[in-house]
Design a binder for this molecule. Structure first.
Ligand code: FAD
Length: 501
């Protein structure tokens, strides 16, 4: 492509995915690239998706967003982790907290020392060695400089996804993205190559482009309905296929963490924002009907519902190809995994960043497209495995849904990971996997998956030194957590909110 040639990109769909893509393209593409986004008020967006993981900072920082403004505009709160309540069995809870648990020593990560102490019968719960979990449970938050020898405290946000999309829309339009309001009636393709040439809006408008980004949600108007790339169905591993979502009044406690509460045929999310709490029940329609789901959800809210429960149907899995010809699928158009670990928004940003790392000239090179799709397959399957572990390692005996997921056959990649863990507490992660060693550790431990042994290098510490390592770590964290302000006060001051918000 010469300097003078233009390159037109059309984004189909203006949900969270569409506007995230638009913002990133607007921020980084050269002036030769023009971006148009078409969205349909008639169809609307899925309207849920409020919890994130710390990688959201990569996106916000890349866009150069001001954090306080972002918190105000999206009515966001801070998130230090996710509590899993009743996932192992009723009445027990654990947290997948962001950030470290304990302190590594010598060649080994902390968890081997904890396993040794646990085997000896005196290790305390993981919460005692995690600053994030301590702060979360005490409803505290801080950011910025830390006390010497204590770990960093990574965090994410809970935000109103609709407001986030609106925020990114303003950002994108200010940077030259053209927004078109209309409903795509037909996807035009080249008769020979099959590549997409234009989107026909059914009136006299057509949007031609060199490259198309499908952000049309579950329907996958371009990637599936036009290009028929196929869908890899993962319901055999993750059988929930429905969600019922409802916001309610904020009960006031302002937890800096997401709650995931297991129910008899699925689980309920609880996501506190400044102005409301987002709630939803994810369930298997073979084990719970929609009316029962509504009753269960409404019976477990912390405040009055602010709308009628919204039903959402889905099939877990991903498109066989996320990039095909001159079309890239993002967000729900690319596939869906339930929001158990809040990964969907992250998957959009990582796909856009991967796309930008190999930005094509007019005709994408098939080798690059294959590489992109292989990376997506790797990224998605490893996240899937992590989610499956939460289900498969349950001890909720006698409940048909939980019995079924406890006995299902596991993906080979997860089975191999479990074997490694069971042998000596070794957590095998490949370089690009999203979830960290400490993330896997917390879920293994929280779900009660015990290894037969720990790495015997941990025996190099004397009993006294082992106690010093664990107790010293705990004492430093307790002191640091003690000094933090409450989450509510921190948010109010940091984002300059009025105190009643
Ligand atoms: P949508 O929001 O559905 O947007 C689709 C867009 O395409 C809309 O603008 C629509 O108008 C447009 N469109 C469709 N058809 C046409 C047409 N013919 N013509 C023109 N425009 C069209 N993610 C997280 O990271 N954290 C969470 O906690 C989380 N929770 C979730 C809970 C549930 C139950 C679900 C279903 C998803 C959740 N997600 C979560 C995922 C998150 O909501 C989505 O990844 C994110 O909102 C992206 O959605 P989207 O933009 O792909 O699709």
């Amino acid at each position: 492509m010469t300097d003078q040639e233009t390159f037109d990109i059309c984004i189909a769909g203006g949900g969270t995915a569409g506007w995230m893509a638009a913002a990133l393209l607007a921020r980084f593409l050269p002036a030769t690239h023009r971006v148009t986004l078409v969205e349909s008020a008639e169809i609307g967006t899925v309207g849920v998706g409020e919890a994130t993981i710390p990688q959201i900072h990569l996106l916000n920082n890349a866009l150069g967003l001001d954090e306080a403004e972002f918190l105000r505009e999206t009515r966001a709160t801070f998130k230090l982790g996710i509590e899993f309540d009743g996932w192992k069995r009723e009445g027990e809870a654990y947290m997948h907290a962001f950030g470290p648990v304990g302190r590594a020593h010598g060649l080994l990560p902390f968890h081997h020392y904890w396993l040794r102490a646990n085997q000896a019968g005196w290790a305390k719960p993981l919460a005692n060695y995690s600053l994030n979990e301590m702060a979360a449970r005490a409803l505290k938050m801080r950011r910025g400089p830390r006390i010497a020898h204590t770990p960093a405290m990574p965090y994410a946000y809970h935000f109103d996804a609709g407001l986030y999309a609106a925020f990114l829309r303003r950002y994108s339009e200010q940077r030259g993205v053209t927004r078109v309001e209309g409903t795509i009636a037909r996807v035009e393709q080249n008769g020979e190559s099959g590549t997409i040439t234009a989107l026909d809006l059914g009136d006299d408008r057509r949007i031609e482009a060199d490259f198309f980004i499908d952000c049309t949600g579950f329907r996958g108007l371009l990637i599936e309905q036009a290009l028929e790339t196929g869908f890899d169905d993962w319901s055999r591993f993750l059988p929930c296929d429905r969600a019922m979502a409802v916001p309610c009044e904020n009960g006031g406690d302002f937890t800096p963490y997401t709650r995931s509460i297991a129910h008899r045929a699925g689980w309920q999310w609880r996501i506190p924002l400044q102005h409301r709490i987002g709630n939803g029940l994810v369930y298997s329609s073979s084990h719970l009907d929609d009316n029962e789901a509504v009753r269960l959800l409404l019976g477990n809210l912390d405040g009055s519902p602010q709308a009628d429960p919204k039903p959402i149907r889905f099939t877990t899995g991903k498109r066989c190809k996320h990039w095909h010809g001159n079309c890239l699928a993002l967000g729900l158009a690319a596939g869906f995994m339930e929001p158990l670990e809040s990964t969907s928004i992250h998957l959009v940003q990582s796909a856009v960043s991967r796309f930008l790392s190999v930005l094509p000239a007019k005709t994408p090179d098939p080798a690059i497209v294959d590489w992109f799709n292989d990376q997506a397959q790797f990224e998605w399957t490893r996240i899937r495995d992590f989610l499956v572990l939460h289900y498969s390692a349950n001890e909720r005996e006698g409940e048909p849904f939980w019995d079924a997921v406890r006995h299902m056959s596991l993906p080979d990649t997860l089975a191999a990971k479990l074997e490694n863990w069971r042998a000596t507490g070794f957590i095998h992660r490949e370089h690009e996997e999203l979830f960290t060693e400490v993330g896997w550790f917390q879920v293994f431990a929280g779900q009660g998956v015990e290894p037969r042994d720990y790495n015997r290098l941990a025996d190099a510490l004397s009993d006294d030194d082992l106690r010093k390592l664990l107790d010293g770590t705990e004492a430093a964290l307790v002191e640091e957590a003690r000094q933090m302000p409450s989450h509510r006060d921190f948010l109010t001051r940091f984002a300059n909110l009025s105190p009643q918000q």
